[in-house]
Ligand binder design. Structure first.
Ligand SMILES: Nc1ncnc2c1ncn2[C@@H]1O[C@H](COP(=O)(O)OP(=O)(O)OP(=O)(O)O)[C@@H](O)[C@H]1O
Ligand SMILES: O=C([O-])CC(=O)C(=O)O
Ligand SMILES: [Mn+2]
Length: 532
């Protein structure tokens, strides 16, 4: 039975997906909330938010993600970072998944990845859970209703949390699998309820496709000055570094919080919604994001709430420290209607340094920016990936290695050219620890980070006095309006300067050891910017 609205020439049957129970096509938000509630998938929260939990999987499973190794992608995939799956294992996985899907009801959303019509991708997302359909409807870009009549999916994602894969038959590692096939243009996801897996699947595709067209694909948030799309900023950063938090800035227009492309003339969002971390979320520090958690149909994932009052306790991390809320961009008052800005004036690289060594803001030369982009240093914070329970230093190249199907140099060269073309100013911002390492110091106050970013973006920081950092070689401002001067020099925030120096040297050595792998591929100026 077909329910909802779909291109009559492009139903699941036409794709060879037959024998399902009821198939709901392109239901809209109230219908999806109703369906999810009727199916017992969650609870209606305050303001009509949808509260749910995902069970065992409360973060991504990068070790269970595979790319099907076929001739067409053999030479372009970075196989050291992407686990291969044999084509026949994928065929078997799909056949067994389809057999499991027989007679079960499914939800289909026909969506677009990419706000720029020149570079977008038509994606069909087929989910077992109604709330996953709601999630991806928030997160990707919704085509006009009338456009659905002629919608032809280029890629199809099938997500079946109740299906368990078999490593012996399906070439995977466990009973959880995320398998990307660039030949058949399919992604199969099994045995995980974590919704972020779906959106990061689309991101991985675009990270493959766009660089092939000369467009830089970035794990970053983006905003622009109010009324001036030419004053655009992008904020690179691995999970938990503050992309979502810092891009939602009431004084600027939000383009997007996580995934963007940088073409010859624009920065464009891949998505139509945001996926914010909710741990310790407060109305004071993050009013816009907080407000979305009681708006109609916002998906509030893995947060503890009082069943009687429906009050959510954002300080309770007992389900996971990776609680999230997913909402459409328009729930943020000052979001861009187009999802497109001009090419960046400022490139910010966010790092969450749990060693408490890096200054809260540093100015980077283009060569230093390339060095830090390839290094991708941060501390993984608890929760977003399985098995991470406290901050753990990591070098995740391009600030997003788990989503990069191509070699780091492919992205590095595109970014280097884009920065050279636009003359964008580059900054490294530490949103991690100050006053000592994790366990001793504290997390950088959000208001200090915001004040530093305001000064960088309005141009006033360029006029500050800078000192050259002896460990990292970049320039650090000595005083900034509205920011405690002591905070700017991390050494002075430690109780022992000697202990700081020792920790800084250790970090420099870690950078140097990690960067050795890129030395054969990079230009002399980036080599000269290398530290240690
Ligand atoms: N100085 C700071 N700057 C930014 N965020 C901070 C700061 N101090 C604490 N935080 C907290 O760190 C978290 C940053 O998470 P955020 O959702 O912005 O990360 P993200 O980079 O968007 O990650 P993801 O890619 O996983 O979505 C939030 O919970 C925020 O409240
Ligand atoms: O992908 C997720 O689960 C959330 C996210 O944005 C990230 O980890 O970068
Ligand atoms: Mn985010």
């Amino acid at each position: 039975m077909t329910l909802g609205h779909v291109n009559p020439a492009c139903k699941l049957d036409h794709q060879g997906i037959t024998g399902l129970g009821k198939v709901h096509y392109n239901l809209i938000e109230p219908q999806l909330v109703e369906a999810a509630l009727l199916r017992g998938e969650g609870t209606l929260g305050k303001g009509g938010a949808f509260l749910c939990s995902t069970g065992k999987f409360t973060g991504r499973s990068p070790k269970d993600k595979f790319v099907v190794r076929t001739a067409s992608v053999e030479d372009s995939i970075w196989w050291e970072n992407n686990q291969p799956m044999a084509p026949d294992a994928f065929v078997q996985l799909k056949a067994d998944m389809l057999a499991h899907m027989q007679g079960r009801d499914f939800f289909v959303q026909d969506m677009v990845g990419g706000a720029d019509p020149e570079h977008h991708l038509a994606v069909r997302v087929v989910t077992e859970l109604a709330w996953h359909s709601l999630f991806i409807r928030h997160m990707l870009r919704r085509p006009a209703r009338s456009a659905l009549d002629s919608f032809v999916p280029e890629w199809t994602i099938i997500n079946v949390p109740s299906f368990k894969a078999d490593p012996k038959k399906h070439g995977c590692r466990t009973d959880t699998v995320i398998a990307l096939n660039f030949d058949t243009k399919e992604i199969l996801i099994a045995n995980t309820g974590y919704a972020g897996e779906i959106k990061k699947g689309v991101f991985t595709l675009l990270n493959y496709i766009l660089p092939g067209k000369g467009v830089m694909a970035m794990h970053c948030s983006a905003n622009h000055a109010k009324g001036n799309t030419d004053d655009t900023a992008v904020f690179f950063g691995l999970s938990g570094t503050g992309k979502t938090t810092l891009s939602a800035d009431p004084s600027r227009t939000l383009i997007g919080d996580d995934e963007h492309g940088w073409s010859d003339n624009a920065v464009f969002n891949f998505e139509g919604g945001c996926y914010a971390k909710t741990i310790n979320l407060s109305a004071e520090a993050e009013p816009d994001i907080y407000a979305t958690t009681s708006m109609f149909a916002t998906v509030v994932e893995n947060n503890v709430f009082n069943p009687e009052t429906l009050e959510i306790d954002f300080d309770d991390a007992s389900l996971t420290p990776n609680g999230r809320c997913a909402y459409p961009l328009e729930y943020i008052a000052n979001a861009s209607a187009t999802g497109i800005g001009g090419t960046p004036k400022n490139v910010i690289m966010l790092t969450c340094d749990a060693f408490g060594v890096l200054p809260p803001i540093s100015r980077l030369t283009p060569a230093q920016a390339m060095y830090h982009f390839l290094s991708g240093f941060t501390s993984k914070v608890a929760g977003t990936e399985r098995g991470i329970t406290e901050p753990q230093p990591t070098f995740s190249t391009c600030f997003g290695a788990p989503f990069m199907p191509r070699r780091p140099e492919a992205y590095g060269k595109l970014l280097q050219a884009a920065i050279a073309r636009t003359g964008a100013h580059c900054w490294l911002v530490n949103t991690g620890w100050t006053g000592g390492a994790y366990g001793v110091g504290k997390r950088m106050p959000i208001r200090a980070t915001r004040a530093l970013l305001t000064a960088a973006l309005d141009g006033s920081l360029a006029n500050a006095t800078f000192r050259r950092d002896p460990n990292f070689g970049f320039d650090v401002p000595v005083a900034v309006h509205d920011v405690d001067t002591g905070l700017l020099d991390p050494r002075s925030t430690w109780t022992s300067g000697n202990a700081y120096d020792a920790q800084a040297q250790k970090l420099v050595a870690m950078f140097a050891e990690n960067f050795a792998q890129y030395l054969p591929y990079i230009d002399a100026d980036v080599k000269a910017a290398a530290i240690g």
